[in-house]
Design a protein around this ligand. Structure first.
Ligand SMILES: C[S@@+](CC[C@H](N)C(=O)[O-])C[C@H]1O[C@@H](n2cnc3c(N)ncnc32)[C@H](O)[C@@H]1O
Length: 360
């Protein structure tokens, strides 16, 4: 005899509401795809610079095909990203939307995220294979575009928050940097944080370590472009195997949750600090309880985790903490395990990140 399924009554209103939600999420996914194309081709920036425009004008100015641009403008208008005036046929990027779509380096700019999401789609098949067989996707599988997008994404923090909010919220760190300190940025990526610090605190000396060599090449170029190469250098190194020196300040910006061996990395950071040294750690602002992470940000964090953070760690047999895996409780536990004695969460109004000031 077959097991009888329990009869379930369907609440029609709930069903309708949920179908509406799936519809708007599906629409959002395609809107993001079109927005990503607009970012890549400079269409938003063109509209921001030139004001109300027809498809012919946008295509002529950006060297793109009018038929495609017309379809894109229609999609962006339908999504509410652009305004459309049927009388004149003009499309406008409202000034309030420009911060998200056209202001490169600004605090609300999404272009870097769009570029990363585009690159994540390239490894989709490998992610699916990891679901089926375990393992993960190595960093080297992601196209250059991913690293370009990540640099633009985190530039938003380093251009708008690092010097304006984060360092002033840690007076002891600020005093060390002003006096002249040795600073290491572990997992430095393209090096933008150190370049900003070196410009603001020229008496200090800086070295960035990253285990992914291509980022080091670009970071070095960035330091030269910013004319800070006399006090900033970059080195390809897996910091979990040890740091070459002891420093006054060590930073990790969005690194530990990605690490193959997070406690091992923290131990090396602990060993790499002078007695009075300070470790600054930026990581995801999230709860240790899934039910408290429900919502759009939690969904983005989980998505990025599957498409990069957890998956690149698991590719190397790592802990695979994931984007939400280094929450405040675990920061305290793992730092203690690594030998640190004091962890202070710096009070900030930041829905994405927590900042910790940690001492040996
Ligand atoms: C999400 S990215 C952040 C990069 C940069 N801090 C930023 O905010 O733009 C994390 C970086 O940490 C690096 N990383 C992870 N584990 C590392 C380790 N054990 N040693 C050195 N770098 C590491 C990765 O290669 C990657 O570039």
């Amino acid at each position: 005899m077959q097991n009888a399924q329990p009869t379930q009554t369907v609440d029609a209103a709930k069903q309708e509401a949920f179908i509406g939600k799936v519809l708007s999420d599906t629409s959002a996914a395609l809107t993001t795809t079109l927005a990503s194309i607009g970012d890549r081709l400079g269409l938003f920036k063109d509209l921001a610079a030139h004001g109300p425009s027809t498809s012919t004008e946008v295509s002529a100015r950006t060297g793109t095909n009018e038929r495609y641009v017309r379809e894109w403008l229609g999609g962006m208008a339908a999504a509410g990203y652009l305004n459309y005036d049927p009388g004149s046929g003009l499309f406008t990027l409202p000034v309030e939307h420009a911060a998200a779509l056209a202001q490169e380096g600004g605090p609300f700019f999404f272009g870097g995220s769009y570029q990363m999401f585009r690159a994540m789609n390239v490894v989709m098949d490998q992610v699916i294979q990891s679901f089926q067989h375990g393992g993960g996707v190595p960093q080297s599988a992601y196209p250059d575009e991913f690293w370009d997008g990540l640099e633009r994404f985190s530039a938003g923090w380093f251009e708008n928050l690092l010097l304006q909010q984060w360092i002033p919220a840690m007076p002891d760190v600020q005093a060390k940097l002003e006096r002249g300190a040795t600073v290491a940025d572990v997992g430095c990526g393209r090096g933008r944080a150190l370049v900003k610090l070196a410009q603001a605190f020229p008496k200090s000396r800086y070295v960035g370590f990253d285990l992914f060599p291509p980022t080091i090449e670009q970071a070095t170029r960035n330091a030269v472009t910013a004319e800070v190469e006399d006090r900033v250098r970059f080195e390809a190194r897996d910091a979990a195997r040890g740091l070459p020196d002891q420093f006054d300040v060590i930073t990790t910006f969005d690194v530990v949750h990605d690490a193959v061996d997070p406690v091992g990395l923290l131990r090396r950071i602990h060993a790499g600090l002078k007695d009075e040294g300070i470790y600054i750690c930026l990581d995801t602002n999230c709860s240790d309880r899934l039910e408290q992470n429900i919502g759009p940000l939690g969904a983005i964090f989980h998505g990025v985790s599957v498409m990069y953070c957890m998956t690149t760690s698991l590719a190397n047999g790592g802990a695979g903490l994931g984007t939400l895996g280094f929450h405040e409780r675990r920061v305290n536990e793992m730092c203690q395990e690594a030998g640190f004695r004091f962890v202070r969460r710096v009070p900030l109004e930041n829905p994405f990140n927590n900042l910790y000031e940690i001492r040996p």
